[in-house]
Ligand binder design. Structure first.
Ligand code: AMP
Ligand code: MN
Ligand code: MN
Length: 342
């Protein structure tokens, strides 16, 4: 956090004006989306607001412990419709792209619900809310939430600190990615003062490997390809592999990061054909080149060093749309700009 959004006062006014708030985040939610929701919910409740959290996709196993701090409702068309009807404001966390809230997006056409967006992505920098607190410098949305709580004079409880730590740790890859800066470390240090137990949180977040998931990782990793003089790693996962191991798109979390440790690698590209004709593209840069433009062109988005897209295509078609452009970027050595990651 170096540049607070000029819309932060508007967010504060938004909270003041509304009393029944619905919180949501992007499809296939991660630790930042979920941690930010839970911390925000606890803070708003401490201010006397009634708060619900409802997302398009279920809470992945590694983050289930967050549900002990605040309920996260399952999406059904009826539950979402009811939640919107019963709320007087919507707060969207960790995405500023309307499509990314999944099946909640079309419901917004039927409910007149004022929206506030809190996010750190660059790809839809205008946001789609009446209020848009978008701070691309923040290493996690949780960092923005943390600063808003503190600036409003709110008390950071141990539970809020835990949820915010989850957000920070997951989006910085445990302080390894290029978005890790002095602000991220300072926030971590401050959260520790609130009595959190980092080893316990790390264990909760990472102790979720199933044998099937690791075998799947092994299969995909064993066939990784090195192209463009070893600067780009390409991996593919097939619908058959997802089915045989009983996995979904969100189970690839972490896989694309593994080949980043190969010496000399600039970019990793993972093409996950989750079901026939539906490919989830995940891109990671080790910091030398910015890769988000490659997927923004294709309707996806993300950060300069961690981005993705969902394509209606075969793996071969998806590769053809992505790899030539990536090759051009690593060849040209395009400057990476202000580095941000997941
Ligand atoms: P992933 O590779 O799925 O872990 O995603 C990395 C980052 O890219 C996420 O933090 C998102 O910001 C972004 N991203 C992934 N998929 C999409 C998508 N379909 N549309 C927009 N942004 C995406
Ligand atoms: Mn996220
Ligand atoms: Mn994030």
């Amino acid at each position: 956090m170096t540049m607070p959004s000029p819309e932060r006062p508007k967010f504060e006014a938004f909270v003041e004006r509304h009393s029944r708030l619905l919180l949501t985040t992007h499809v296939n939610p991660d630790g930042d989306g979920l941690g930010s929701e839970v911390a925000m919910a606890l803070w708003l409740e401490s201010r006397g607001k009634s708060v619900r959290i409802l997302n398009d996709s279920p809470v992945p196993t590694p983050f289930r412990f967050l549900v002990d701090m605040h309920a996260i409702e399952e999406f059904t068309p009826e539950s979402a419709d009811r939640a919107m009807a019963e709320s007087d404001g919507l707060i969207v966390l960790d995405t500023s792209n309307r499509q990314r809230i999944g099946r909640l997006a079309p419901l917004l056409d039927q409910h007149i619900l004022p929206i506030a967006v809190v996010d750190h992505h660059v790809s839809h920098a205008d946001g789609f809310g009446q209020v848009n607190v978008i701070e691309p410098e923040a290493s996690a949305t949780g960092e923005i939430v943390y600063h808003m709580i503190r600036d409003a004079g709110g008390e950071v409880t141990r539970e809020m600190a835990e949820a915010l730590y989850v957000a920070l740790v997951t989006d910085t890859g445990s302080f390894r990615y290029s978005n890790t800066d002095s602000h991220a470390h300072r926030m971590a240090a401050e959260l520790l003062v609130h009595g959190i137990d980092p080893p316990k949180i790390h264990a909760q977040v990472s102790a979720h490997a199933s044998p099937g998931r690791l075998r799947f990782f092994g299969e995909v990793l064993s066939r990784l390809e090195m192209i463009d003089d070893g600067r780009i790693v390409v991996m593919e996962a097939t619908p058959e592999q997802f089915q045989r191991h009983g996995l979904t798109g969100s189970d690839t979390e972490g896989l694309v990061d593994m080949p980043r440790t190969i010496s000399g690698v600039d970019v990793v590209a993972l093409f996950s054909e989750v079901e026939p004709g539906k490919v989830k593209v995940s891109l990671r840069s080790n910091g030398r080149v910015a890769i988000d433009s490659v997927v923004t062109r294709l309707g996806g988005g993300g950060h300069p060093h961690a981005a993705g897209a969902l394509l209606r295509a075969t793996r071969a078609e998806a590769r053809a749309r992505v790899l030539p452009e990536l090759g051009r970027l690593v060849g040209a050595g395009v400057a990476s700009g202000a580095g941000r990651s997941a």
